[in-house]
Design a protein around this ligand. Sequence first.
Ligand SMILES: [Zn+2]
Length: 138
Amino acid sequence: MAGTGGSAIRGSRVGAGPMGEEDKGFQADRVVRSYYCAMGHVQSPAFAAGIEESEIPVEIDCPNCGLPAGQDSKNPPNIAKHEPYKTHLAYVKERRTEAEAKQLLEEAVASIRIKRSAAAAAAAAADRAEKASAKKKK
Ligand SMILES: [Zn+2]
């Protein structure tokens, strides 16, 4: 008796019954939506055909650039209303106060001046050496 019951359970295993039809679900109709980001990337993710319209996201994040991508190709989500694109300088300005930036700039300029004056001194020395050797030749 117990053995019969066991085989009955085995007979209704996943794959043998209605559950097995899930394998065909791969060919089921799908809803493909295209999303356009401001950078011109197009994504076309597929959703199950039976999905509720409200479950389809209005916007997705573009996997290429991370910007929001919407379904209107002519009017991709305005990046300005989300995180605006920032230049490197903008990020620097975010991290540094105006005074710190000014100090950094002054330091950078000073170090360039030192390098330049060192280079100029070296050039002048080379020039003098050249002139000196030219004088010797005379
Ligand atoms: Zn993109």
